[in-house]
Design a protein around this ligand. Structure first.
Ligand SMILES: [Zn+2]
Length: 309
């Protein structure tokens, strides 16, 4: 589901933070706690642990990162912010938000926190991606490897402004990160060379930048993935078209977002399994024990395996 525009809990938690510092209760279970960073470390808040990890790759032990969403059981599209998140944002020197309507709670809380010295990095802006003519922007820009590389450079610049003495360190790390991305991009290019234009389907747009870079053709009815993302009912005709992709064996794989699921996506997954079409699971946030590069490598490897030799 997309985050709705009217969200009373934000107002509540903002008041909660001001009036009752200890009243935070339930909704921050996904927050990532740390830190082993020194007191002088640059405080950074990232909306999800995907960006938190990239911050850590660039900032090393010179940053103290807090990721607001890191629980794989949560759907970031419908996340409700907490007072602890608010406090972290009010103290942050650098904030990384996805943008594109994905994590609007960041901007709202920053305005409430009145934090004017913060450097906000908006990854959709960094990506340069825009909505296609007549369509909607695919906001899952972290599945786009060139965007991750540009983000690392942008972060090195932001961290350097906060901590000039470590500027060379930050930029060296960003470059090393970019080098690791280059080998992943080569793997995408190999899939593209081996399986040009191969048809796949997705339950939600999360992996589309990756499948596009791998030269695959997305056959998902637009109304299907839009409804899943919005958390609304899939029109019957779109559901029928979607199921036909599997019964008619017109796609080679289903890329399945495990973090945005429901009866409709389960039905599609079953159709894929029943017809012997491989299901490639993906997530919105970084799985435990992975870093960005190992995670994306696992996604690309799983896709390659599903497509066959
Ligand atoms: Zn999504």
């Amino acid at each position: 589901m997309r985050v709705s525009s009217a969200r009373p809990p934000i107002l509540f938690v903002a008041l909660c933070a001001v009036l009752l510092p200890g009243c935070d209760s339930s909704s921050d279970a996904g927050g990532e706690r740390r830190s082993t960073a020194p007191a002088s470390a640059v405080r950074v808040v990232a909306s999800t642990n995907v960006y938190g990890d990239i911050v850590r790759q660039v900032g090393g032990d010179r940053v103290a990162v807090e990721s607001i969403i890191s629980d794989p059981a949560q759907d970031p599209h419908s996340y409700e912010a907490s007072s602890r998140n608010q406090l972290a944002l009010s103290r942050a020197r650098v904030v990384v938000e996805n943008g594109g309507g994905y994590d609007d709670f960041i901007g709202k809380m920053l305005r409430a926190a009145n934090n004017t010295s913060v450097d906000v990095v908006n990854v959709v802006q960094v990506s340069g991606k825009t909505a296609p003519a007549g369509g909607e922007l695919n906001e899952h820009v972290w599945y786009d490897l060139p965007t991750a590389g540009r983000l690392a450079t942008r972060l090195a610049d932001a961290l350097t402004r906060a901590d000039p003495a470590d500027g060379a360190f930050f930029h060296r790390n960003a470059e090393a990160f970019g080098g690791r991305l280059a080998s992943l991009e080569a793997e995408e290019a190999r899939i593209k060379a081996d399986h040009p234009g191969t048809a796949v389907a997705v339950t939600e747009p999360v992996p589309l930048y990756l499948t596009e870079a791998s030269g695959l053709r997305d056959m998902t009815p637009a109304d299907f993935s839009a409804a899943v993302e919005e958390g609304t009912e899939v029109p019957a005709s779109s559901m029928r078209q979607m199921l036909d992709l599997f019964t008619g064996k017109r796609v080679k794989a289903l890329v399945y977002n495990q973090q945005t699921t429901g009866p409709q996506t389960e039905k599609v997954k079953k159709a894929a399994v029943d017809n012997g079409i491989p299901v490639v699971p993906v997530t919105e946030t970084l799985p435990q024990g992975q870093d960005y590069v190992s995670w994306m490598k696992a996604n690309i490897d799983a896709l390659r395996k599903a497509l066959g030799p």
